[in-house]
Design a protein around this ligand. Structure first.
Ligand code: PMP
Length: 453
């Protein structure tokens, strides 16, 4: 939409008067003024003053193929004209919906052959949560209803999503988590590993799952959910001992393993899915974001044969008006075609991922940087007051926000979670753009170290 200039110049005031932003203190936001993003091209976005930013966060971890892809706009336009909407209830489907399901499972492992469509990651979370309970009930185990998540995990903002996530500040609002949801620790070695090696710590936190199952009773637990790499919690890459042990425990205790692929899916880690990077196969896997690169809202749940066999043998009383929306499906199909034809997943694995890792970890020589983790194009950079002792800053949020704002001023969009800087750029980011990201971040860190030390 081209907004007339007169309206544009007044947009900040209109926004302050009428728009409640997600996850925002509106009083603070309105005092600071909102940024208005008007245009995107490649890895860059432009605000209403024409200022250019390198978007090293791909919108919200989602614009994997970059901005401005005409092919998607054209495909969406054609589908809008042919059939703008039809549902998948009452025995129907539309061609793009069905073909998208086929295209998605072609990239999953041999035991994943079904998809249930949603509009978002949060709805995908609610979907698998209900599916897991229905699964066990139909196997004659109706007491297996509890689900275990992780502290500092993120699975969405619906009631089930916010409950399954382990964000304290979300639980504090609206009396969450709901009944039947429990949490164990996270594999965040830098903050919580103490004197253990990362490998020892990985095993220790994984075994909290076993202890929690014992405490709750195996016959009461339906599933365990985790992000292959914890995203919103700070891009926490688990020690290599972690996932094999989780996989062992879920199999030994007969509970479903759910991999939340909403961020990790569709190439971000250099594999099609994060679980493939870590070498395990989940029973259920919610997806969204990179499925359409954010061009239109679409998500889903990948369902393994084990679960599909049961769910498809009964009525699953669940679904959304827009489950499998044909226009969103067309956008997703076109997005997957681009990922495939431009070999963007392979590019992350073999070229830009390793380049990013080298550039990202070059920041480790900075006085303020204690750890630089990355997998593919997903990076977490740990700031520390004293990197020798892993001592953190007193007010981690303030430090992260300070550095992030400095980056934005300099034309670089990054995110901070507490005292960790997060990057998740489009998969098409160039080597030069990665260099710009790292050098801009270094300049911001230099300024922060001077100011905050
Ligand atoms: N799971 C994960 C791992 C996520 O990062 C997110 C969103 N950031 C969600 C679920 C929720 O997705 P949505 O915002 O599309 O509802």
């Amino acid at each position: 939409m081209t907004t007339p200039n007169a309206v544009l110049s007044n947009l900040g005031a209109i926004d302050a008067a009428h728009h409640i932003h997600p996850f925002s203190d509106m009083k603070k936001l309105n005092a600071a003024g909102t940024r208005i993003i008007q245009r995107g091209e490649g890895s860059h976005i432009f605000d209403n003053h024409g200022k250019k930013y390198l978007d090293a966060f791909a919108g919200l971890w989602c614009v994997n193929i970059g901005y401005g892809r005409r092919e998607i706009a054209d495909a969406v336009f054609a589908q809008m004209n042919e059939l703008p909407y039809y549902n998948c209830f009452f025995g129907t489907t539309t061609p793009p919906t069905t073909l998208l399901a086929e295209k998605i499972v072609a990239h999953a492992g041999p035991n994943i052959n079904h998809v249930f469509f949603t509009n978002s990651g949060s709805e995908a979370t609610d979907t698998w949560f209900r599916m897991a309970r229905v699964y066990w009930a139909h196997l004659g185990k109706p007491t297996k209803t509890m689900v275990i998540g992780r502290r500092n995990g993120y699975h969405g903002s619906t009631v089930a999503g916010a409950s399954l996530g382990g964000m304290k500040y979300m639980h504090e609002q609206g009396a969450l988590p709901i009944e039947g949801i429990h949490h164990i620790g996270q594999p965040y070695w830098y903050a919580e590993g103490g004197d253990l090696t990362p490998a020892e710590f990985g095993l220790k936190v994984a075994r909290e799952l076993e202890a929690k199952i014992d405490e709750l009773g195996e016959d009461n637990v339906a599933a365990f959910v985790a992000e292959p790499i914890q995203g919103a919690g700070g891009v926490i890459v688990p020690p290599e001992t972690y996932w094999p042990e989780i996989k062992r425990i879920c199999a030994a205790r007969n509970i479903l393993l759910v991999a939340d692929e909403v961020i990790c899916g569709f190439g971000r880690t250099g594999s099609w899915f994060g679980h493939q990077h870590f070498g395990f196969e989940p029973d259920l896997a919610p997806v969204a974001k990179g499925l359409s690169s954010g061009y239109l809202p679409v998500g889903g749940v990948l369902v393994s044969d084990r679960v599909a066999k049961v769910i498809t043998s009964t009525d699953f009383n669940h679904g959304y008006t827009y489950s499998g929306h044909p226009v969103c499906a067309v956008a997703a199909i076109e997005n997957l075609r681009i990922l495939e034809e431009e070999k963007l997943v392979e590019r992350v694995r073999d070229d830009i991922g390793p380049y990013f890792a080298k550039s990202w970890s070059s920041l480790l020589d900075h006085d303020m940087i204690g750890e630089a983790q990355s997998v593919g194009l997903m990076g977490g950079l740990q700031m520390a007051f004293d990197k020798k002792t892993r001592q953190r800053f007193e007010k981690p949020d303030d430090v992260g926000t300070w550095v992030r704002n400095k980056c934005i001023e300099a034309g670089l969009i990054m995110r901070a979670t507490g005292d960790r800087m997060l990057a998740s750029p489009p998969l098409i980011i160039t080597h030069e753009e990665v260099d710009f990201m790292t050098s801009t971040l270094r300049t911001a860190l230099d300024a922060a170290w001077k100011e905050l030390k």
